[in-house]
Design a protein around this ligand. Structure first.
Ligand code: CDT
Length: 319
């Protein structure tokens, strides 16, 4: 029997700085209803889906950013998501800012069953941006100031989704640009990667020119390559649009194990896209060109874990 999982990506339009969690959660619940009506068994929401992308705002005292964080999941504010999941029989993936009881801060995401169980949790590892105010940037990107580096690795769980057992994994936004994230998931037999993002549509680092259309290209390139090279489906879902004058691109996609886009958002607003993911499509890649057990050569990959920055190569000299 074919293993077909109907998956929805629920792209979010902008959330303004002054908008409360209740506004965002009501929009998420409305999209859960639309996803369910279109037959989805799982709905994937973006990174930091409950608030504006607050790392663009600098606080001298970082504790002033604590109000953007959730100290419980579920909480009073997020309980309507869990209630809707139960009512609709729909699993969901949610990105949010997490503050732990001992005061750590993570850019986190969870996969929640229709019964409200957190089946999988991930804390973002590749934190982009900077920790101090950067006067050269037109917009700050202070993830390194507000978040600790994730401490859960890249976990995969075999989760009951839509009546199937599915090897599900999570990465968050900037992680998608790093082949290491994908391969660690791939080495656990991942079949469905969920990745929420908030990506500014222009490069504001003042380090050089990047044509705006390449921002979307690089996002798709990373997700399509990661899915293909690890023979997995991938759902990459944006928070998009103009938040307090700052633009984030949309272009959310669902990608199959051949690296093809099977559904794509066309707005920069709240939008649900759905694709039937035939999980048996993962088999071809992983039994042929990407049969890891037959073709990988870890003895040649030592630098991947031994080194962080690049080392200069030796100089060629004529014998
Ligand atoms: N949220 C996030 O990780 N965004 C980054 C923007 C990097 S620009 C400092 C991304 O990789 O899309």
């Amino acid at each position: 029997m074919r293993r077909i999982l109907p998956v929805a990506a629920a792209q979010l339009g902008p959330i303004q700085r002054d908008e409360g969690r209740d506004v965002a959660v009501a929009r998420l619940v409305a999209m859960m209803e639309r996803a369910h009506a279109r037959g989805a068994a799982l709905v994937v929401f973006p990174e930091l889906a409950l608030t504006t992308f607050f790392p663009r705002w600098y606080h001298e005292d970082r504790a002033q950013a604590d109000h953007w964080f959730e100290s419980a999941m579920p909480s009073n504010a997020t309980a309507p998501l869990f209630a809707a999941a139960k009512r609709l029989g729909l699993a969901f993936h949610l990105g949010y800012a997490e503050r732990t009881p001992d005061g750590q801060h993570f850019n986190a995401a969870v996969l929640v069953s229709p019964d409200g169980d957190v089946m999988l949790k991930y804390r973002k590892i590749h934190l982009p941006g900077h920790a101090e105010f950067d006067p050269k940037r037109s917009v700050q990107h202070l993830e390194k100031r507000y978040f600790d580096v994730g401490d859960l690795g890249f976990p995969v769980i075999r989760a009951p989704l839509g009546g199937l057992g599915v090897n599900a994994g999570i990465m968050i936004c900037n992680d998608r640009r790093w082949p290491e994230s994908w391969r660690v998931l791939g080495l656990q037999g991942v079949e469905l990667v969920m990745c929420g993002y908030n990506t500014p549509s222009t490069n504001t680092s003042a380090a050089g020119f990047e044509a705006p259309h390449l921002r979307v290209f690089h996002s798709h390139l990373s997700v399509q390559a990661g899915a293909y090279q690890n023979a997995t489906f991938a759902v990459a879902v944006a928070k998009a649009g103009v938040e307090d004058g700052h633009e984030l691109f949309g272009h959310s996609i669902i990608v199959n194990p051949q690296g093809e886009i099977t559904a794509q958002a066309t707005s920069w607003d709240d939008e649900v896209i759905v694709a039937d993911c035939d999980l048996d499509m993962c088999r071809l890649g992983r039994t042929t060109v990407f049969a890891f057990d037959r073709h990988r050569r870890p003895e040649a990959y030592g630098r991947i874990t031994a080194q962080v920055g690049a080392e200069a190569p030796g100089e060629w000299r004529k014998e």
